[in-house]
Write a protein of this length. Structure first.
Length: 145
């Protein structure tokens, strides 16, 4: 997607490849995992996440509070910006953030359980096919606010 006027947009890059690019890292040259920018980097109206589409245990590293932080980032920007969330294929990580926002923050879809939100979201976005992130979100549903 071409952003003709980036000032109009809030962008969340939910993929490790972009995160490494923006940070100037490579798979062979990256900082220690204790680096505060290792998992999440935020500047102005852009957020980059060091996420791969993998098993649920990968998201334990993030914890529910990081998911809530992402939703807070959207809340801070959505009143004045268009929001664009992407990942590599657009079927798991980025739509999972969208599902969380619709269910937990603006309550357009049911938010009592992940399963209710999942089925409602599939009607909006039939391509949604979460991998481990879906399993993780379901297991931490009540903790992500």
């Amino acid at each position: 997607m071409a952003f003709t006027n980036k000032k109009e947009w809030c962008i969340i890059h939910a993929c490790q490849s972009y995160h490494y690019k923006v940070m100037g890292w490579s798979i062979h040259r990256r900082p220690n995992k204790d680096d505060p920018k290792y998992l999440i980097y935020e500047e102005d109206h852009e957020m980059s996440l060091n996420w791969v589409d993998g098993a649920a245990h990968l998201y334990d590293w993030y914890g529910p509070e990081k998911f809530s932080h992402i939703l807070d980032f959207i809340d801070r920007n959505i009143k004045t910006k268009k929001v664009f969330i992407h990942c590599d294929l657009g079927k798991s990580r980025s739509p999972s953030i969208g599902l969380l926002y619709l269910a937990k923050r603006i309550k357009i879809i049911p938010g009592q359980t992940f399963q209710l939100a999942f089925h409602a979201f599939k009607k909006i976005f039939p391509q949604y096919s979460p991998g481990g992130i879906g399993i993780y979100i379901e297991s931490k549903w009540q903790d992500i606010v």
